[in-house]
Design a protein around this ligand. Structure first.
Ligand SMILES: [Zn+2]
Length: 326
């Protein structure tokens, strides 16, 4: 089958299409013909070998956010079902899995990082990592759930975000940011966005600010900040006393100088969050069906256009960058 293969010294210049063996399904696995795949910071970091996790194997097939059609049947998933992939390996038996936190599985890791990913024609994964896309939900929309949607929902759940609270979303036009706005709105929150894109208002933000133009008196109960870097430190100025900041990305830098006095004098909480649960992913699929949620797609590339896709992503987009595999 055809696959995107990236090899040392990595970088999009060293990502090309290669012919690799078809996956051989192991016990309890289902073969999925990949259709659409999302492009997220995690994938770009994989292509550049800059993930905060170790990358295996080398050379490597990137791609963590995957949708497709089942080619084989299991207990619940049947051949022909449209599916999305829960992009974490988990054993279901360790103390984290048993406590409902399979995304922290000590024997697991991220699909596309710990193992080859899905920028290829076929993958074979355990049935427990696949969810059927409900009728009426487009596969192009559902493909944004496994990384963007799930990360945003889990971050909101971790902060205990509730109706009536103020939510401030940094990186609002990105995949996780858009979902944070949409989910915050449906939760009954008052949502403000930090972005240069006015169009994010269409998705439920009542106000949009550039990061250096946020009104001084805007104090949010919950902040979603996946950007990291100096913008993370800045966001401490916009948390209400007792408020919470969720962090799950460091695209702008991992090492940040923060004023600890701001944190303890106002009892702020900085909450690390990563991925989410299979149950949360089901909630997202149901919400997408119930509310007919559509995400803007900026551009769709073929898997032979990895470099162009990453360039488009880096060029500040007006919606999702997707890869159409077949
Ligand atoms: Zn486990």
């Amino acid at each position: 089958m055809k696959a995107v293969l990236v090899r040392k010294p990595y970088g999009e210049e060293n990502a090309g299409i290669a012919e690799v063996p078809d996956p051989v399904p192991q016990r309890d696995e289902i073969v999925v013909k990949v259709q659409y795949a999302g492009l997220n910071p995690i994938d770009i970091n994989v292509v550049r070998n800059k993930t905060v996790y170790g990358l295996k194997p080398d050379p490597h097939i990137p791609g963590s956010e995957i949708s497709g059609v089942a080619e084989t049947s299991g207990k619940n998933i049947k051949k022909g079902d449209r599916v999305i992939l829960y992009s974490r390996w988990f054993d279901g038996t360790c103390k984290y899995c048993k406590s409902g936190r399979e995304y922290l599985c000590i024997n697991g890791g991220i699909f596309g990082v710990l193992t080859n990913g899905g920028y290829c024609e076929k993958i074979s994964v355990p049935e427990k990592m696949l969810l059927r896309i409900p009728d009426g939900v487009k596969i192009e929309d559902a493909v944004s759930i496994p990384v963007g949607g799930l990360t945003a929902l889990h971050a909101l759940n971790r902060t205990g975000a509730a109706a009536g609270e103020k939510l401030l979303v940094y990186g609002a036009s990105g995949n996780t940011g858009l979902f944070a706005i949409i989910l915050g709105m449906y939760r009954g929150m008052e949502v403000s966005a930090v972005s240069t894109k006015e169009w994010v208002k269409k998705y439920g933000a009542s106000a949009v600010y550039r990061h250096d133009k946020i009104p001084a008196d805007l104090k949010a109960d919950v902040i979603i900040n996946s950007l990291g870097g100096d913008i993370f430190a800045e966001s401490l100025d916009h948390v209400a006393p007792g408020g919470k900041i969720a962090t799950f990305g460091v695209f702008n830098g991992a090492n940040v100088q923060v004023n600890l006095a701001k944190i303890y004098t106002q009892e702020l909480e900085i909450i690390g969050t990563t991925g989410g649960t299979v149950a949360e992913m089901k909630v997202l699929l149901e919400m997408m069906q119930e509310h007919s949620i559509h995400l803007p797609t900026d551009k769709v590339f073929g898997i032979d256009q990895m470099k162009e896709a990453i360039q488009a992503y880096s060029g500040r987009t007006n919606g999702r960058i997707l890869l159409r595999v077949q």
